[in-house]
Structure formats: C-alpha cells, structure tokens
Design a binder for this molecule. Structure first.
Ligand code: CS2
Length: 434
C-alpha cells in the first residue's frame, strides 16, 4: 500500500467507453448518485443507458467526477460494515451552467428520459436560470429539432411530484411561447415517483476509507444505507432502463405509496430534526434513542397510519423497517441537514396528516407537536436555511401567541386561521425541552 493516497491511481474507465447518453439528469448530488444512478447501473441493459448529469447550485460535483470519467464508489453502509461498488452509469458530469450541452442532449432523439432531483423549493422558482427554466429551454430545442416525445421523471420529495412538475414546466413553457406549451402537453410525459434511500453527506473520513479499502483515489464517493426504493407511475414514450431489475416498482396509483413515505419516513425525520436538536442530539440515531423524541414520533405515526389504509402498504412492517433504518449506528445522518427548508417540508410531510385528522373530528396532536417543535427550534436557531427565512425572521420579531400564529401562517394559511389549531400548537411549544 502506498504511503499517501496521492500515490494511488485515480478511479478511471481505463479507456473503456462510457454508456451512451440516453438520460439527462438535473441536480447532480449524492442522492441522485445513490439512487437513480445506482438503479440504472443495476439494470441488465445498463450498457445502453448512460446519464448526463448536470449540477444544480454548485459545479463542484462535476469538477470532482469529470476527471474520473463519471465513475464513483457507492459505499453501502449497514450496521455490520461497509461494502463498495463502482457505479458506471454517469457518462458525463456537467456544470449546470452549460446550457448549450443541455440543449444539445435534449434535442437528440436518443435522449429518452429526464430525471430531476432539484429539491422541493425549485418547483416554485420560475427564474429563467433556475433548473426548470433551463429544462424548458432544452425542451424548446427538442421541439425545434424534432427530437420526439420524452419522459420527465421527478425524484423530489413532494406529493404528486409528476403533476407538480407538469404544472411548473407547462406554465414556464407557455410563458415563453404558447406553441411550446402546447408541444410540451402533447409530447412530454410526466412520471410521478416516490424515492427513498438515506444518503448522509460524504465526509473526509469516507474519502480516506475508500482509498484505503479500494486501492484507488475517488474524490467523491457516496455513502448510503443498504435499503433503496423507487416507486413510479407514468409512461416512458421513448423507453427506459429496466429499473425493475434493481427493485423499482411500477404502479397505477402512486398516491398511497407517496403518502406512506412522506408521512412516515420524512415526517418522522422532521420531528426528530427539531425535537432532537432541541434536546441536544446531533443525528437521527441519537434522537431515536431519546424516549421523548421517540414518543413524539410514534404518536405522529399512529395518526398518519389511520390514513394509510391500503392493505399492501403494510404499515406495521414499514414502521418496523424504519426503526431499524433510523437506528443504523454507522450512518451519521445529521439532524441539522434535515432541518433545512422546514416551512416547506412541514407543508408536505405534516399538514396533510393534521388536516386528515381534523376532518375526522380529532385534534391531530402528533402533527401539531411537529409544528410546535419547528416553532421552538426556529425561535432559538443560530442559522435558518429556509426559502422563507425573511418572513420567519419577521415573525420571530413578535411574541407569544401572535408569534406562533405568524409562524404557522408560513406553513399553511388555513391552519393559522383556525383559532383552535393555533391554541393547540401554542400550548405545545416547549414540549421537547420538558
Ligand atoms: C430527509 C430526506 O433531509 C430530509 O429532509 O428527510 O432527505 C430523507 O433522508 C430521504 O427522503 C430518504 O429517502
């Protein structure tokens, strides 16, 4: 073993060609690589399906992957140890600002699929250099070139993400050119998906571990739990890889599966993120070991479960699996990372459960507690990363029940207009400190 990692060879394809690009991805981050890139690499026809993956906010990921031919190591981290796999499905790692390359690839008839991991907040962002604006200009190039129909697959944690993506893309296209809007309606299929794989941030220790265990240099490995799930609904007019080879499921009605994932997994994460940090914890596994956090999570799960009635959802088994996944002691999934964009995440992960409970005449105590934990946390947080940070700071200038109400309004205006809900949540602020 060489004494320093710089003496090790860089991960490389050794002159072997990369698979031809047939998928364009927007949002080259760790989750894209542990999820869509991994599913694609596992398909039996992987050799025909290369991904050109464009970065979102920063070009770093492209800068790291391009010199190693798009290859990266997936470190699968279970409670018992790590296993390593080189993933070859990313044929090109491209700076998102390179819109000429994006247009060229979207215009090509061989390109059949566009996948998106652009984060929840981007679907409301209609700035021309925002990811969806870039996508629409790429689709205009496809129309002009006669590239034919294509599928757009949203892989963000939103309910009904296919429909939300369609709405945002069609609106942006129509604003640019009504005929383009009509073309998009007829030629672009929007596929909804529920995506799942816990992927904590890669650390310098992970990079060093890969060098030591694999004997090559990888500037950008990805760490993920062994579990992975992808449930999809919609058409692929120009074809797709055989993702089912890696366990992807195709269903007619996605909604119950989406709700199960968003409420039980993501909802629990959000509860643990705020209640856990208020109680001094740093990771999901730490928070799970605290009875106060665990009780709050279980209470929310019981509420959500009442609205997850389809037998194939098998909620008890899903909950048991989640407990095991969250408790994985070797995955350091930081609560601070999950706490970002709270106003938006609560709207997606918590409010629907609160509304469903109230519609059936119950108070929705668990869901209310989650909002209370967020209010308590933002009230003391040194750093708030949220699309509504300005409005949150303004609300924090108030006191007492008025502050609670102003903050709830940022999550959901109807809830804030309901005095009983505001009273309930106001009374719960501080529960996690008790
Ligand atoms: C998490 C998700 O950061 C968050 O908001 O809840 O990233 C979660 O880890 C993934 O959805 C798991 O599939």
């Amino acid at each position: 073993m060489p004494s320093t990692t710089t003496e090790l060879p860089l991960l490389s394809r050794h002159g072997e060609p990369s698979p031809p690009v047939r998928i364009v991805h927007l949002g080259l981050g760790a989750f894209h690589r542990s999820h869509q890139a991994w599913f694609t690499a596992r398909a039996h026809d992987a050799g025909e399906w290369g991904i050109a993956s464009f970065t979102g906010r920063r070009p770093d990921a492209a800068l790291a992957l391009a010199p190693q031919d798009g290859l990266f190591t997936l470190v699968e981290r279970s409670a018992d140890g790590d296993s390593f796999e080189v993933i070859g499905s990313i044929a090109e790692a491209v700076d998102g600002a390179d819109t000429a390359r994006l247009k060229e690839l979207l215009a090509a008839p061989a390109t059949a699929v566009v996948t998106l991991t652009v984060t929840e907040k981007v679907y409301d962002d209609d700035a021309p250099d925002a990811p969806l604006g870039r996508l629409v200009r790429g689709l205009a190039a496809r129309r002009a070139a006669g590239g034919g129909p294509i599928a757009v697959v949203s892989c963000d944690n939103l309910a009904d993400n296919g429909k939300v993506a369609r709405g945002a893309v069609v609106r942006t296209a129509e604003d640019l050119d009504p005929e383009l809007g009509a073309w998009v309606r007829q030629n672009v299929s929007f596929v909804g998906t529920s995506v799942d794989r816990i992927t904590p941030r890669t650390t310098p220790e992970d990079v060093a571990e890969v060098a030591e265990r694999c004997g090559y240099r990888d500037a950008s490995p990805v760490v993920a739990e062994p579990f992975a799930s992808w449930i999809l609904s919609g058409d692929f007019p120009a074809g797709r890889p055989a993702w089912e080879d890696a366990g992807a499921q195709f269903v007619a009605d996605l909604e119950p599966f989406e709700n199960r994932k968003l409420w039980l997994l993501n909802g629990a994460h959000t509860m643990l993120a705020y209640a856990g940090q208020l109680r001094g914890h740093k990771t999901v596994a730490d928070a799970l070991g605290d009875p106060v956090c665990r009780r709050a999570m279980a209470e929310f799960w019981d509420e959500a479960a009442r609205h997850l009635t389809l037998p194939e959802l098998d909620v008890p088994a899903y909950r048991a699996a989640l407990l095991e996944r969250f408790a994985n002691p070797r995955i350091a999934h930081y609560l601070a990372q999950i706490a970002q964009d709270g106003s938006l995440k609560l709207r997606l992960r918590c409010v629907p459960v609160l509304q469903a409970e109230r519609a059936e005449g119950r108070v929705g105590l668990g869901a209310a507690r989650m909002i209370a934990a967020w209010i308590d946390w933002v009230s003391g947080a040194e750093e708030i990363s949220d699309p509504l940070v300005g409005a949150i700071r303004e609300a924090l200038g108030r006191t007492g029940r008025e502050r609670t109400e102003a903050l709830i309004r940022l999550v959901d205006a109807d809830l804030a207009a309901d005095a009983a809900v505001v009273d309930l949540i106001h009374g719960l602020v501080g529960f996690a400190r008790a």
